[in-house]
Design a protein around this ligand. Structure first.
Ligand code: GLV
Ligand code: MN
Ligand code: MN
Length: 438
């Protein structure tokens, strides 16, 4: 018996002799196609060794040795799953499987395996390893898809969806020259991973060139767990603005300089941080704003801070709202600076565009999940994802599974194996149903 044809819920056995008729088979039992959850969990645990940190999570920051090692491991898993593995000029990893109809556009499934510093073992990893598991299941069950199939592990998602941006929109010099969390510029980092930043156009894909992109991810918030819902169907992914703010005052003796004569850059920073919180919370909505890092110079008990730099981040589903908050903060910073004779300057903001997922994909994911007996909730994503970049070139769909206690970007990030299994089976069945055109 051979299996030639994928049906969404079962493998259809066909005659070994002619490959077409269904008649001579004594056992016409239908076998539901399911992922092997234990294999995903084993792979998650093995991947977590690369960049393992003492708090129980990982620091597998893009462009570091740990990133390189994690990528090697993932590439081996892809080869074991029968995928033809290559990297594009931006160093995205691509595992390819032929489709039976080469005239069709490719069906992409993926995520990322880089992490934030002191991150957890689930963000990106669950989606990447489940995408590989889908490929492994297809290979094991001898299921041929009509579409060419690609598992993509995007590079440097945490540094601003760099790899998926390169694939969809291309990378500008401003971004290539920016310094990533590894300490390397993005340009040098791409080279470090074996890509070629001078040939990025070769890996860029045109709008309309893919059939669909699907990504499974942990929710990274606590809504699904609180509401006891199995699967989140993502309706849209927030846009993200980053800008470095420098506040220049005057460093002077902390004992001899009277309070009215100080130009304390850290005091201005404190007032600015408070304004970020007020401006973001003044209007209704789900917008968020954060100052996530701060550097104080020279940084001593007895010196008034002369220069402060800090990282401003703003997020919302509406680009206009993000820019409105940013412009307001910029204009108010002049006033804050004037209060104690300090000056604010902002780097040109880097913006990851917000994106809506395809409504057809939302419907498909929702109905697949319901057919599998899972409860669903349609929800926005407050975290950034590669899917928002790939949405520029084709329909995208995202599946969320619960994050326990809503913790993410931290070592205590955790999703239950049963939830991961549900998510991976929704991913598999969505691939099969999309491929079959249902
Ligand atoms: C990516 O995880 C982000 O939302 O920053
Ligand atoms: Mn992620
Ligand atoms: Mn993340």
């Amino acid at each position: 018996m051979v299996y030639i044809h994928a049906h969404p819920m079962r493998i259809i056995p066909v005659c070994f002799f002619c490959g077409f008729c269904f008649l001579p088979l004594p056992a016409q039992r239908s076998v539901p196609v399911r992922v092997q959850a234990s294999r995903i969990m084993e792979h998650l645990s093995a991947l977590s060794q690369y960049g393992k940190n003492p708090e129980g999570g990982v620091s597998r920051v893009a462009y570091t040795d740990a990133d390189l090692q994690g990528r090697e491991y993932a590439m081996q898993l892809m080869r074991d799953a029968g995928l033809e593995v290559s990297t594009d000029a931006a160093a995205n990893i691509i595992g390819f499987r032929q489709g039976s109809d080469p005239s069709l556009k490719p069906l992409l499934v993926g995520s990322h395996i880089d992490s934030v510093p002191h991150g957890g073992n689930y963000d990106g990893d669950v989606g990447s390893l489940s995408a590989i598991e889908v490929a492994e299941t297809l290979a094991e069950q001898h299921i041929a898809l009509r579409h060419p199939f690609e598992v993509v592990i995007f590079e440097n998602e945490e540094g601003g969806t760099v790899g998926s941006h390169a694939m969809s929109a291309g990378l500008e010099d401003k971004l290539l020259n920016s310094v990533s969390a590894s300490g390397k510029t993005v340009r040098d980092g791409i080279r470090f991973l074996g890509g070629d930043p001078d040939k990025l156009h070769q890996g860029q894909r045109q709008p309309g060139s893919i059939a669909v992109y699907l990504e499974l991810h942990i929710e990274q918030g606590g809504i699904l767990e609180q509401e006891k819902v199995d699967i989140g169907v993502v309706e849209g992914i927030v846009g993200i603005l980053h800008s470095d703010v420098t506040i220049t005052g005057f460093a002077n003796h902390a004992g001899t300089t009277p309070m009215p004569q100080r130009h304390d850059a850290l005091l201005s920073a404190a007032r600015f941080i408070e304004r970020v919180n007020q401006i973001v919370t003044e209007v209704p909505g789900r917008q968020v704003g954060t100052v996530g890092w701060i550097k104080v110079h020279p940084g001593a008990y007895n010196v008034i801070p002369g220069v402060v730099t800090l990282g401003l981040e703003l997020r919302d589903l509406d680009r206009g709202k993000i820019l409105e908050m940013y412009n307001r903060l910029r204009s108010e910073s002049d006033q804050i600076g004037r209060m104690n004779g300090t000056q604010f300057s902002f780097t040109d903001p880097i913006i990851v565009e917000p994106a809506l997922t395809s409504s057809d994909m939302q419907k498909l994911i929702g109905s697949v999940a319901k057919d599998l007996g899972f409860t669903t909730k349609t929800m926005p994503s407050g975290a950034g994802h590669d899917a928002q970049e790939i949405a520029r070139i084709g329909p995208s769909g995202m599946i969320f599974v619960p994050s326990i206690n809503g913790i993410s970007h931290a070592p205590k990030e955790f999703s239950r194996p049963d939830d991961i299994e549900r998510g991976a089976n929704v991913l598999l069945q969505t691939v099969l149903r999309f491929d079959a055109g249902r």
